[in-house]
Design a binder for this molecule. Sequence first.
Ligand code: DX5
Ligand code: ZN
Length: 223
Amino acid sequence: MEVKIAPSILAADFSRLKEEVESVETADWLHLDIMDGQFVPNISFGPDVVKAVRSHSSLLFDVHLMVHEPDPFLESFKEAGADRLTVHVEACRHLHRTLSNIRELGLRAGVALNPATPASMVAPVLHLVDLVLVMTVNPGFGGQRFLPETLGKLAEVRRMVERMGVGPVELEVDGGIDSSTAPLVVEAGATALVAGTSIFREPDRSRAIARLREAAGARPAPS
Ligand code: DX5
Ligand code: ZN
């Protein structure tokens, strides 16, 4: 499976969001980080911003809800143009219900794990999702350092998906992904890479995306 690249607009210049979104058209998905100031210690943006950029991108909208009990907001993100809604295991008291609600809206559903949450937490819901997001930093901010201790969990989720034979499930990583960490996560089983800082800090976005793709296909350097 070709590795997907998902630029996170959290690292974009919000005063020029239209141009920023248009600058990453050579990627596969657009990653939109929704932070509620409760589940994570930061506030980003909501459905209105997702809606405002929807007409400026043809990419799949991969919406990462860092939101405590997100059910009341699912429909507004659908209306705004989300293609996939990913919710956190740690934020949903009734995870099956939330994931089923997302699917009933006709959207793809994803489930995310914080670095300290064990892989086994997603086992009961694997049949309800098309993506598992393994956070490689603690969510809340862009530009943090990749946590290498998440690599073992990534490999564990990959094995679990294969063992359970639940059909195609993307394995996404998010946080501190650049051309040096990309080969490590791909070797551990990642099929989709979220990258904020490493793409938006480069003036030439297509080049930054191409570099990440190339790194994703490279063998990790011996440590
Ligand atoms: C972190 C967000 C990430 C973040 C990644 O809470 O979920 O998507 O934007 O940013 P970088 O690539 O800068 O670590
Ligand atoms: Zn994210």
